[in-house]
Design a protein around this ligand. Structure first.
Ligand code: DHB
Ligand code: MG
Length: 225
Protein backbone atom coordinates (compact mmCIF):
# COMPACT_ATOMS: atom_id res chain seq x y z
CA UNK A 1 0.00 0.00 0.00
CA UNK A 2 1.44 3.32 -0.97
CA UNK A 3 0.84 6.83 -2.22
CA UNK A 4 -1.10 5.85 -5.35
CA UNK A 5 -3.69 3.88 -3.36
CA UNK A 6 -3.90 6.63 -0.72
CA UNK A 7 -4.56 9.14 -3.55
CA UNK A 8 -7.17 6.84 -5.09
CA UNK A 9 -9.05 6.42 -1.82
CA UNK A 10 -9.02 10.16 -1.12
CA UNK A 11 -10.38 10.77 -4.65
CA UNK A 12 -13.04 8.08 -4.18
CA UNK A 13 -14.18 9.50 -0.83
CA UNK A 14 -14.29 13.00 -2.26
CA UNK A 15 -16.42 11.82 -5.19
CA UNK A 16 -18.82 9.92 -2.94
CA UNK A 17 -19.18 12.22 0.05
CA UNK A 18 -18.37 15.75 -1.11
CA UNK A 19 -20.54 18.12 -3.13
CA UNK A 20 -18.71 19.95 -5.92
CA UNK A 21 -17.62 23.24 -4.36
CA UNK A 22 -16.33 25.91 -6.74
CA UNK A 23 -15.52 28.25 -3.84
CA UNK A 24 -13.11 25.80 -2.27
CA UNK A 25 -11.64 24.88 -5.67
CA UNK A 26 -11.13 28.59 -6.34
CA UNK A 27 -9.46 29.07 -2.96
CA UNK A 28 -6.94 26.33 -3.73
CA UNK A 29 -6.41 27.62 -7.28
CA UNK A 30 -5.85 31.19 -6.05
CA UNK A 31 -3.41 29.91 -3.41
CA UNK A 32 -1.45 27.97 -6.03
CA UNK A 33 -1.49 30.91 -8.47
CA UNK A 34 -0.06 33.17 -5.73
CA UNK A 35 2.77 30.71 -5.13
CA UNK A 36 1.68 29.45 -1.70
CA UNK A 37 3.12 26.02 -0.86
CA UNK A 38 0.65 23.15 -1.61
CA UNK A 39 0.33 22.09 2.01
CA UNK A 40 -3.32 22.87 2.77
CA UNK A 41 -5.33 20.09 4.37
CA UNK A 42 -6.93 17.59 2.01
CA UNK A 43 -10.70 17.86 1.64
CA UNK A 44 -11.14 14.77 3.82
CA UNK A 45 -8.96 16.21 6.58
CA UNK A 46 -10.62 19.64 6.41
CA UNK A 47 -14.07 18.08 6.59
CA UNK A 48 -13.02 16.08 9.65
CA UNK A 49 -12.03 19.35 11.31
CA UNK A 50 -15.37 20.85 10.24
CA UNK A 51 -17.35 17.89 11.59
CA UNK A 52 -15.45 17.95 14.89
CA UNK A 53 -16.22 21.68 15.22
CA UNK A 54 -19.92 21.03 14.57
CA UNK A 55 -20.16 18.01 16.85
CA UNK A 56 -18.40 20.01 19.57
CA UNK A 57 -20.80 22.94 19.12
CA UNK A 58 -17.84 25.27 18.68
CA UNK A 59 -18.63 28.98 18.51
CA UNK A 60 -15.12 30.42 18.83
CA UNK A 61 -12.18 28.95 16.95
CA UNK A 62 -8.51 29.87 16.95
CA UNK A 63 -6.31 28.73 14.08
CA UNK A 64 -2.53 29.01 14.13
CA UNK A 65 -1.33 29.03 10.51
CA UNK A 66 -3.81 30.43 7.95
CA UNK A 67 -1.93 29.73 4.71
CA UNK A 68 -4.55 30.45 1.98
CA UNK A 69 -7.53 30.09 4.29
CA UNK A 70 -8.75 26.71 3.03
CA UNK A 71 -9.14 25.13 6.48
CA UNK A 72 -10.29 28.53 7.78
CA UNK A 73 -13.28 28.44 5.41
CA UNK A 74 -14.16 24.88 6.43
CA UNK A 75 -13.98 25.90 10.10
CA UNK A 76 -16.07 29.06 9.58
CA UNK A 77 -18.73 27.00 7.82
CA UNK A 78 -19.07 24.89 10.97
CA UNK A 79 -20.04 27.88 13.13
CA UNK A 80 -23.33 29.53 14.00
CA UNK A 81 -23.94 33.01 12.50
CA UNK A 82 -22.46 34.70 15.57
CA UNK A 83 -19.39 32.46 15.64
CA UNK A 84 -15.85 33.64 15.04
CA UNK A 85 -12.53 32.36 13.79
CA UNK A 86 -9.30 34.14 14.63
CA UNK A 87 -6.53 32.87 12.36
CA UNK A 88 -2.85 33.73 12.70
CA UNK A 89 -0.55 34.02 9.69
CA UNK A 90 3.12 34.97 9.54
CA UNK A 91 3.19 36.11 5.90
CA UNK A 92 1.33 39.27 4.86
CA UNK A 93 1.15 37.98 1.28
CA UNK A 94 -0.47 34.69 2.38
CA UNK A 95 -2.96 36.61 4.53
CA UNK A 96 -3.94 38.72 1.51
CA UNK A 97 -4.67 35.58 -0.49
CA UNK A 98 -6.60 34.11 2.46
CA UNK A 99 -8.65 37.29 2.96
CA UNK A 100 -9.66 37.23 -0.71
CA UNK A 101 -10.54 33.52 -0.45
CA UNK A 102 -12.67 33.93 2.68
CA UNK A 103 -14.43 36.94 1.14
CA UNK A 104 -15.28 34.91 -2.00
CA UNK A 105 -16.55 32.15 0.29
CA UNK A 106 -18.92 34.60 1.98
CA UNK A 107 -17.54 34.00 5.47
CA UNK A 108 -15.33 37.09 5.87
CA UNK A 109 -17.63 38.40 8.61
CA UNK A 110 -16.77 35.43 10.81
CA UNK A 111 -13.01 35.49 10.29
CA UNK A 112 -10.23 37.76 11.53
CA UNK A 113 -6.76 37.06 10.16
CA UNK A 114 -3.95 38.50 12.27
CA UNK A 115 -0.59 38.92 10.52
CA UNK A 116 2.73 38.40 12.30
CA UNK A 117 4.77 35.77 14.13
CA UNK A 118 2.23 33.47 15.80
CA UNK A 119 4.06 33.52 19.14
CA UNK A 120 3.67 37.31 19.31
CA UNK A 121 0.04 37.19 18.19
CA UNK A 122 -0.77 34.50 20.76
CA UNK A 123 0.85 36.56 23.56
CA UNK A 124 -1.19 39.55 22.44
CA UNK A 125 -4.40 37.47 22.45
CA UNK A 126 -3.59 36.22 25.97
CA UNK A 127 -2.84 39.75 27.23
CA UNK A 128 -6.08 41.16 25.88
CA UNK A 129 -8.03 38.16 27.17
CA UNK A 130 -9.34 37.34 23.68
CA UNK A 131 -10.38 33.82 24.66
CA UNK A 132 -11.73 31.51 25.65
CA UNK A 133 -11.80 29.43 22.47
CA UNK A 134 -13.81 26.24 22.06
CA UNK A 135 -11.56 24.75 19.39
CA UNK A 136 -7.96 25.51 18.51
CA UNK A 137 -6.19 24.21 15.41
CA UNK A 138 -2.38 24.40 15.35
CA UNK A 139 -0.89 24.03 11.86
CA UNK A 140 2.06 26.40 11.56
CA UNK A 141 5.87 26.11 11.74
CA UNK A 142 6.41 22.71 13.28
CA UNK A 143 9.41 23.50 15.47
CA UNK A 144 7.35 26.02 17.48
CA UNK A 145 4.40 23.70 18.10
CA UNK A 146 5.11 23.18 21.84
CA UNK A 147 5.17 26.93 22.46
CA UNK A 148 1.99 27.43 20.45
CA UNK A 149 0.31 24.62 22.40
CA UNK A 150 1.25 26.17 25.76
CA UNK A 151 -0.24 29.49 24.67
CA UNK A 152 -3.26 27.69 23.24
CA UNK A 153 -3.86 26.15 26.67
CA UNK A 154 -4.00 29.65 28.16
CA UNK A 155 -6.64 30.62 25.57
CA UNK A 156 -8.74 27.43 25.70
CA UNK A 157 -11.91 27.09 27.70
CA UNK A 158 -12.23 24.05 29.96
CA UNK A 159 -13.58 21.31 27.71
CA UNK A 160 -11.96 22.79 24.60
CA UNK A 161 -10.35 20.69 21.90
CA UNK A 162 -6.87 21.45 20.59
CA UNK A 163 -6.00 19.74 17.30
CA UNK A 164 -2.44 19.81 16.00
CA UNK A 165 -1.47 18.90 12.44
CA UNK A 166 1.60 17.15 11.04
CA UNK A 167 2.78 15.47 14.19
CA UNK A 168 3.88 12.11 12.72
CA UNK A 169 6.12 13.27 9.84
CA UNK A 170 6.45 10.02 7.86
CA UNK A 171 6.89 8.13 11.12
CA UNK A 172 9.88 10.18 12.25
CA UNK A 173 7.98 11.07 15.42
CA UNK A 174 9.15 7.76 16.89
CA UNK A 175 12.80 8.26 15.81
CA UNK A 176 14.74 9.39 18.88
CA UNK A 177 17.82 10.06 16.73
CA UNK A 178 16.12 12.49 14.34
CA UNK A 179 17.80 15.87 14.06
CA UNK A 180 15.08 17.42 11.89
CA UNK A 181 13.94 20.50 13.84
CA UNK A 182 10.33 19.84 12.82
CA UNK A 183 10.49 16.31 14.21
CA UNK A 184 12.24 17.57 17.34
CA UNK A 185 9.40 20.08 17.69
CA UNK A 186 6.81 17.33 17.57
CA UNK A 187 8.77 15.17 20.02
CA UNK A 188 9.00 18.12 22.45
CA UNK A 189 5.28 18.62 21.88
CA UNK A 190 4.64 15.05 23.00
CA UNK A 191 6.90 15.56 26.05
CA UNK A 192 4.74 18.55 26.92
CA UNK A 193 1.52 16.58 26.35
CA UNK A 194 2.83 13.82 28.61
CA UNK A 195 3.54 16.35 31.42
CA UNK A 196 0.21 18.11 31.00
CA UNK A 197 -1.58 14.75 30.96
CA UNK A 198 0.12 13.64 34.19
CA UNK A 199 -0.99 16.89 35.79
CA UNK A 200 -4.54 16.21 34.67
CA UNK A 201 -4.76 19.29 32.47
CA UNK A 202 -5.27 17.51 29.16
CA UNK A 203 -6.09 14.12 27.74
CA UNK A 204 -4.62 13.52 24.31
CA UNK A 205 -4.08 11.00 21.56
CA UNK A 206 -2.20 11.03 18.27
CA UNK A 207 -3.65 9.42 15.15
CA UNK A 208 -1.52 8.37 12.18
CA UNK A 209 -3.00 9.18 8.79
CA UNK A 210 -2.34 8.38 5.14
CA UNK A 211 -3.88 10.16 2.17
CA UNK A 212 -3.17 12.48 -0.71
CA UNK A 213 -0.76 14.41 1.54
CA UNK A 214 1.23 11.28 2.38
CA UNK A 215 1.88 9.66 5.77
CA UNK A 216 1.47 11.99 8.71
CA UNK A 217 -0.95 12.43 11.60
CA UNK A 218 -2.64 14.72 14.05
CA UNK A 219 -3.05 15.06 17.78
CA UNK A 220 -6.40 15.59 19.47
CA UNK A 221 -6.16 17.04 22.99
CA UNK A 222 -9.09 17.66 25.31
CA UNK A 223 -8.57 20.41 27.88
CA UNK A 224 -9.82 18.92 31.14
CA UNK A 225 -12.42 20.79 33.14
C1 DHB B 1 4.11 21.12 5.83
C2 DHB B 1 3.29 21.87 6.63
C3 DHB B 1 1.99 21.47 6.82
O1 DHB B 1 1.16 22.15 7.64
C4 DHB B 1 1.49 20.32 6.22
O2 DHB B 1 0.21 19.96 6.47
C5 DHB B 1 2.32 19.57 5.42
C6 DHB B 1 3.63 19.97 5.21
C7 DHB B 1 5.51 21.57 5.61
O3 DHB B 1 5.86 22.61 6.12
O4 DHB B 1 6.24 20.85 4.94
MG1 MG C 1 -0.56 21.05 8.14
Amino acid sequence: MSQSSWDAVDAYVQEQLFEPDATLDDALAASAAAGLPPIALTASQAKLLHLIARAHGARSVLEVGTLGGYSTIWLARALPPDGRVISLELHESYAEVANANVARAGVAGLIEIIVGPAGDSLRELVSRDAGPFDLIFIDADKQSTPEYFEQALALARPGALIITDNVVRDGALADASSEDPRVLGMRRFHDLLARESRQGRVSATTIQTVGAKGYDGFTLALVER
